[in-house]
Design a protein around this ligand. Structure first.
Ligand SMILES: [Zn+2]
Length: 389
């Protein structure tokens, strides 16, 4: 089938649900333009006012605590910049670094520098490798697309767990619309924090019992949020976010060094995005990352096209990573070759948290808690959630 590309960005018909208007502009560009009107073009003064009121509330509701928020720090651009900004905003965050066994030395060095320069406390959450390895192996064997789901989900679970134990209400997220608004449907799983999906995949393909990894079922998350008032806060949308400028700031101010590619702070992520996805599913996520920058007018389409002419990352490194990943996860050549030649299947082939049973239980939980929570919020026993986007 011939590849059709959007006239405005880099996305093309390798994204399964892409559609084009009469001018050849894709649905993701149209979506971004709507977003631009409603969120990104809000006058800076209004954004600043909103930001200050959120910061005030975070501080006011955390007066008695040692920390007023948590930041998950990967060592990548967004989370590093968020830590830098937290200092400018006079926040008292606890930094949490998640060690799933795949961090690059480069990312670890960035984290050390940031923590030292900003003088913040850091917890490194180290996963039990044998258990995490078994979980990752089961994802390969299940043949679903999103092999990053275990890491993404466990990071969230770890952050909520620490927030609960340390009585911290706010988890700051490094997400931002300027560079991360677009995520083509079909290029990742639909619900990253679908614990039922993860559990079923591991039950079917895992070989050891998981005892120590952090868990975050849909019910537990709801209790954390509604009863204990833990909430995720996205602040980077209230300030200008230009990738090149942000990078320069963290290089100059907090000793961050560049490794050249987005999300390459982990060897597994590098291999998954730069090798597995293109070879197994014909997905090149650089199209998505670069399209975001084109849509937010941070680079031109011509610059993005030029960037795409390069290899995803050096071929010699791709082959080294392939050997390393196979060795670390105990896969032989035959398995890896077979795995790469099989087209991935949808996550919905396994149980999900959209099953009727789960939906009914969630409905009951929400109904039971609805009135008591409203009353306890009204009398000030429970904290009201902060409105943010
Ligand atoms: Zn487009």
């Amino acid at each position: 089938m011939e590849l059709v590309q959007c006239t405005k960005c880099l996305l093309d018909t390798t994204a399964p649900t892409i559609t084009f208007d009469k001018e050849g502009k894709c649905n993701y560009c149209v979506y971004f333009e709507t977003l631009e009107e409603s969120v990104l073009k809000v006058p800076i003064d209004r954004k600043k006012e909103k930001l200050l009121s959120i910061l005030d509330e975070i501080k006011k509701n955390s007066k008695k605590n040692e920390y007023d928020c948590i930041i998950g720090l990967s060592g990548g651009v967004d989370s590093s910049y968020l830590c830098y900004m937290a200092k400018q905003w006079n926040l008292r965050p606890l930094l949490v670094h998640f060690d799933n066994g795949w961090n690059t030395e480069h990312a670890v060095k960035n984290i050390e520098n940031i923590t030292k320069i900003l003088n913040y406390d850091l917890i490194t959450y180290v996963l039990n490798w044998e258990e995490f390895k078994d979980l990752q192996r089961s994802y390969f064997k299940s043949n679903v697309l999103d092999l990053e789901m275990p890491t993404d989900q466990l990071i969230g679970a770890a952050l909520y767990e620490i927030a609960y134990k340390k009585k911290i209400k706010y988890i700051l997220s490094g997400h931002n619309l300027e560079t991360e608004a677009i995520n083509p449907v079909g290029w990742t799983c639909k619900i990253k924090d679908d614990y039922e999906n993860l559990k079923d995949i591991h039950q079917q393909f895992g070989s050891i019992k998981i005892r120590t990894l952090p868990k975050l079922s849909i019910y537990r998350k709801y209790i954390y949020e509604v009863v204990f008032g833990i909430q995720q806060i996205i602040l980077l949308n209230y300030i200008p976010y230009n990738k090149a400028e942000v990078k320069q700031t963290i290089i100059d101010k907090i000793g961050w060094t560049d490794y050249g590619w987005k999300h390459f702070e982990s060897i597994f992520t590098r291999f998954y995005q730069g090798y597995i996805l293109p070879n197994k599913a014909n997905i090149d996520k650089r199209k998505m990352h670069l399209s975001n920058l084109v849509m937010s007018h941070q680079i031109t389409k011509a610059e993005a096209v030029k960037e795409m002419e390069k290899e995803s990352y050096p071929m010699s490194m791709q082959l080294e990573d392939r050997e390393y990943v196979m060795k670390k996860l105990d896969f032989d050549e035959e398995f890896m070759t077979g795995f790469l030649s099989n087209k991935p299947i949808a996550h919905e082939n396994y149980k999900t948290n959209q099953q009727l049973k789960i939906r009914i239980l969630m409905f009951l939980l929400k109904s039971v808690l609805y009135i008591p929570v409203r009353i306890l919020r009204f009398v000030g026993v429970l904290t009201k959630p902060i409105q943010n986007n």
